[in-house]
Write a protein that binds this ligand. Structure first.
Ligand code: GDP
Length: 649
């Protein structure tokens, strides 16, 4: 639940912030007003010989701040208010201490265990980690070093498009899988294994760095070794460089396969030279990267490549404990017409046996039968072996972790996780949106409308904040929990999510991350160009009269990478579609540093020399804007359409 959690180590936001509710921005010095002076004078005049009666306020404070306990127990996360209770301190005190540690949180936000541990060490309070229900049911096994045994490597092939990744995978499969195996015809299950000498290698069937990094993003570091394919008749290309960066980010050992060596016009030394620019130097040139010349087409060099992969694996001492309940990752999941939900699991640790129960996210299965990449039944799958499993309660997703466990535990875990998921959904659905505000207000769900205001200039932010605050009535209070100049960021959405707030943007837009996050968290982000409209909408929402007839539908964004002038036409932005798509007939707005500088329509959209109706993500295009020539490098062009929303009766 990212919404409610404070990012560990979150820092107070940069200066320039105001708070519309009159509260001071954190860290701001409070000027000594006449009131304070009066209080000080009274204090000096006090007669200290007489016992002082404690005021009501003081008493309350004492109730909150009692003796510090010696020890507290905390789970993975705890809400600040609950932490304060446990520590016998006021929430303010805890928030202040956390702020000193560089973590900005509100009373209702969660902090993680690590942060609590640091805080408590400063207060000399011991902390014990309380296990979650899930952890109580199922504890991950930590393998003893002595139990680890060598395992076979798992390999992913990467490289530029058309450099021969698929051909190489096919060639290896054809020449090496079948030899010595009965049956013979390989099945597509997402991975296969080949025998090389006395060893074995597992190849992931999906080449390319996208899948590799998507898996990593889900916490599944499957790949032990990467084969970087570079066509010897071509050279280092953009996706070669991308692959190199992804390999480096993952810190995975790799070797280079110089492919298409059968072609007459190859120049492998040119590639060796080019790769040195990326710190990749052939062993034969005194570096530490193995290079193998191959031809996926003719099959030359393949044996050497495989032997080198095994050698690299040996050098990296890949190990796992085979004698424990299995743990692995789903590499493919699908719904098979005849067999129901099917998933290929690549075992990473332990051995998966027929008869085991496995859990994967909110799914579980009793393993009645397993088949390998040859479609043959297997009884046991040791580390590094891919097997296909049927009998799942639902289709597991690629990248999800799989654990073997007791059937009873599996069922309990599934129901626990499903419950958690339901709670998350409910939380999401109960987020307030301006459209539903009046209904929720009537149902007494909300009596306070929390707003976050972002705008292009200080003046308009303040004006908007003041006007909106004035809308407060006896029944509903408008509270502005944050207002600042600048684009709507992920942190704003995080804040909105944590405090059930609506975000109002005036002449600014959410950045790409913020937009995605807001969508995921179902946060209402309202964007206006006229102050009056914003006020009017909020006013209408408070009286139940809000009836948005048109709603904006976001289509995509392009970034202007260069500009050029075309006589009689005007300035054209040579652009790159960074998200979604560009559409010739869409409404557009031009954003510079998150601020809207122009709204209108396109006058032209071209892909190379041709007119295009739309240009998709990751493609380049030329964009001309009607009656607007001030396009600059770095500008973002956002495309959207206006859709009519049917009114609900
Ligand atoms: P991928 O996009 O990297 O998966 O590349 P493919 O495997 O689809 O190969 C792209 C093209 O290069 C195809 O037309 C292949 O036939 C060709 N190709 C792949 N490997 C070789 C090779 O070793 N020699 C030659 N001459 N052509 C190859």
């Amino acid at each position: 639940m990212p919404g409610g959690r404070a990012a560990p180590g979150a820092r107070p936001s940069a200066g320039g912030e105001t708070r519309g509710d009159g509260r001071r921005a954190p860290g701001g010095a409070k000027p000594k007003g006449p009131g304070l002076q009066k209080k000080q004078n009274e204090y000096i005049k006090q007669d200290f010989t007489r016992p002082q009666r404690k005021g009501k306020h003081k008493k309350k404070k004492e109730e909150q701040t009692g003796t510090t306990p010696e020890m507290i127990t905390v789970g993975d996360f705890i809400i600040v208010r609950d932490l304060a209770d446990k520590l016998n301190k006021s929430s303010g005190e805890i928030m202040k201490k956390l702020m000193e540690l560089g973590t900005m949180v509100t009373i209702n936000q969660e902090v993680d265990y690590d942060t609590v541990e640091i805080l408590c060490s400063l207060m000399e309070v011991k902390v014990e980690h309380e296990l979650s229900d899930e952890q109580k049911l199922f504890e991950e096994i930590v393998d003893d070093v002595a139990s680890l045994k060598p395992r076979f490597p798992i390999v992913t092939v990467m490289g530029h498009v058309d450099h021969g990744k698929t051909s190489l995978l096919d060639r290896i499969r054809r020449t090496n899988v079948v030899s010595g195996e009965a049956g013979g015809i390989t099945q597509h299950i997402g991975a296969y294994q080949v025998n090389v000498g006395g060893g074995r290698i597992t190849f992931i069937d999906t080449p390319g760095h996208e899948a590799f990094t998507a898996m990593r993003a889900r916490g599944a570091n499957l790949t032990d070794i990467v084969v970087l394919v570079v066509a010897a008749d071509d050279g280092v290309m953009p996706q070669t460089v991308e692959a190199i960066n992804h390999i480096k980010a993952a810190n995975v050992p790799f070797l280079v396969a110089l492919n298409k060596m059968d072609k007459p016009d190859v120049n492998p030394d040119k590639i060796r030279q080019q790769l040195t620019e990326y710190g990749i130097v052939d062993e034969e040139w005194g570096g530490d990267t193995m290079f193998v010349a191959v031809s996926a087409k003719q099959g030359t060099g393949i044996e050497e490549l495989l032997e080198r992969v095994l050698l690299l694996a040996e050098m990296n001492e890949l190990k796992a404990n085979p004698d424990r309940p299995a743990e692995g990752v789903v590499i493919e999941g699908k719904l098979d017409k005849g067999r129901g939900p099917v998933a290929t699991v690549l075992v990473q640790k332990g051995t998966l046996n027929v008869g085991d129960s496995v859990i994967c996210g909110c799914n579980w299965a009793r393993v009645r039968a397993m088949t390998d990449y040859l479609g043959q039944k297997v009884e046991a799958a040791p580390p590094s072996m891919p097997v296909e499993i049927t009998g799942w309660s639902d289709v597991p997703e690629a990248g999800e972790k799989v654990h073997a466990c007791d059937e009873k535990v599996a069922k309990e875990l599934v129901s626990l996780r499903l419950n958690e998921r339901k709670l998350e959904e409910q939380k999401k659905n109960s987020r307030v949106s301006l459209d539903e505000f009046f209904q929720q207000m009537k149902d007494a769900e909300v009596k306070e409308l929390n707003l976050i205001i972002k705008g292009d200039v200080q003046g308009s932010v303040e004006a908007l904040a003041q006007s909106l605050l004035r809308l407060s009535t006896a029944a509903v209070k408008v509270s502005i929990i944050h207002s600042a100049v600048g684009a709507i960021t992920e942190t704003d959405v995080m804040l909105a999510s944590a405090s059930n707030a609506i975000i109002i943007g005036f002449n600014v837009r959410p950045d790409v991350k913020a937009r995605k996050y807001a969508e995921d968290e179902a946060i209402d982000v309202r964007l206006y160009r006229v102050i009056y409209e914003a006020i009017d909408d909020v006013k209408k929402a408070m009286t139940g009269l809000l009836d948005p007839v048109y709603k904006e539908k976001y289509i995509g964004r392009a970034e202007v990478r260069m500009t050029f002038k075309v006589p009689n036409i005007g300035t054209i932005g040579g652009s790159y579609v960074i998200e979604g798509k560009m559409q010739r007939n869409a409404e557009i707005r031009v954003l510079r540093d998150g601020v809207i500088i122009y709204e209108g329509k396109l006058s032209s959209l071209k892909r190379f020399k041709d007119d295009a109706a739309e240009v998709m993500e990751n493609f380049e295009c030329g964009i001309g804007i009607k009656d607007f020539n001030d396009i600059k490098e770095g500008d973002l062009i956002e495309a959207y359409t206006l859709e009519e929303i049917p009114r609900e009766l």
